[in-house]
Design a protein around this ligand. Structure first.
Ligand code: DOR
Ligand code: ZN
Length: 345
């Protein structure tokens, strides 16, 4: 096959930042996707409906003229989040979901939740009104090895949470382990997962062999090969529990190429091309549309998008860096080529 046309897709998890960086990166996503679930880990974080509404306006103003792109906003949960503002924001269509960051887990998560017990009332309200919960699934205890933090989170936090609130819609974000895949597969219909392009392409060797490669570093960190293979199997299986969420996370080149580099891989410019490469390698081109355009929308209870996008097998070269507003950003696959190219949109 040399051409594939699918319903316009959605990115169910990404980071836009704010200000000049946001204005530089939004066009990449607006070019590829109809909608995106926008993460709230700004500094300061998006903790109220009013902040989400303002942030949405700033994003909309950055969408190129003539583009049709809808940002879907999330609220950042803290130990003191109030259920009323969150529920009102959801009811009014301002916030689509709420994001649980365990405090200290990743970029701008310092004001995250220190113990899920502290937000149980909020989660009960979300379950009651059908508002989805996006979860960064890693424990943060210093004694847990970074490569084990997702698996331990399942046992300590995710499994008890899902058992306590089976009616809560939970998205286990950016899964990186066979443990998470198995958990999601075995859980009820209200549990789903996003999978990033990088976790389908790379294992931890890509980050650490032959020198330390900061542009391959994100959180949760890429794991060993057996986990990558489990993720590739899950993404291309056709299961409605797995869907596209890039976790595109722009950090300027100099903030990654430094003694303490930021976590995050900027994959927005060629996200569809990157995912499609994997689906082709797995002989699953016929399952790409479900993963990219249907499973996520259905899980969130959103209408499927109108219109289509077409990818052609003409190949695309990935730039060594792109403009990131204040400073350049190195995209995923920088300097490489991918076999597919987005043709229209
Ligand atoms: O690598 C990551 N980058 N993982 C996250 O969870 C957050 C993200 C960011 O905001 O940079
Ligand atoms: Zn993220």
């Amino acid at each position: 096959m040399t051409r594939i046309t699918i319903r316009r897709p959605d990115d169910m998890h990404l980071h836009f930042r704010d200000g000049a960086t946001m204005r530089a990166v939004v066009p990449f996503t607006a070019h590829q996707f109809a909608r995106a679930i926008v993460m709230p880990n700004l500094a300061p974080p998006v903790t109220t409906s009013a902040m989400a509404a303002d942030y949405r306006e700033r994003i909309m103003a950055a969408v190129p003229k003539g583009g049709a792109f809808t940002p879907l906003m999330t609220l950042y949960l803290t130990d003191s989040t109030g259920a009323d503002d969150l529920a009102a924001g959801h009811e009014r269509g301002i916030v689509t979901a709420a994001k649980l960051y365990p405090a200290g887990a990743t970029t701008n998560s310092a004001s995250g939740v220190t113990d899920v017990a502290n937000i149980m009332g909020v989660l009960e309200r979300m379950a009651a009104i059908g508002m989805p919960l996006c979860v960064h699934g890693e424990v943060t205890s210093a004694d847990i090895d970074i490569f084990d933090r997702e698996a331990v989170f399942i046992e300590r936090v995710m499994a008890p949470l899902v058992e306590r609130l089976p009616e809560l819609k939970v998205i286990f974000e950016h899964v990186t382990t066979e443990d998470a895949v198995a958990f999601v597969q075995g859980a009820g219909v209200n549990v789903a997962a996003t999978i990033t392009p990088q976790h389908l392409h790379i294992n931890r060797n890509a980050m650490l062999v032959g020198g330390i490669r900061p542009h391959m570093y994100c959180l949760p960190v890429a794991k060993r090969e057996k986990h990558r293979l489990a993720l590739r199997q899950a993404a291309t299986s056709g299961s409605a529990k797995f869907f596209l969420g890039t976790d595109s996370a722009p950090h300027h080149r100099h903030t990654k190429e430094t003694a303490c580099g930021c976590a995050g891989i900027f994959n927005a410019p060629y996200a569809l091309e990157s995912y499609l490469t994997v689906f082709e390698e797995k002989g699953a081109l016929d399952r790409f549309e479900g993963f990219a355009s249907e499973h996520g929308a259905r899980f969130y209870g959103l209408p499927l998008n109108e219109g289509t996008v077409t990818l052609e097998k003409t190949g695309v070269e990935i730039a060594a860096e792109v403009s990131g507003g204040e400073a350049p950003i190195v995209p995923f696959h920088a300097g490489g080529t991918l076999p597919w190219r987005l043709a229209n949109a």
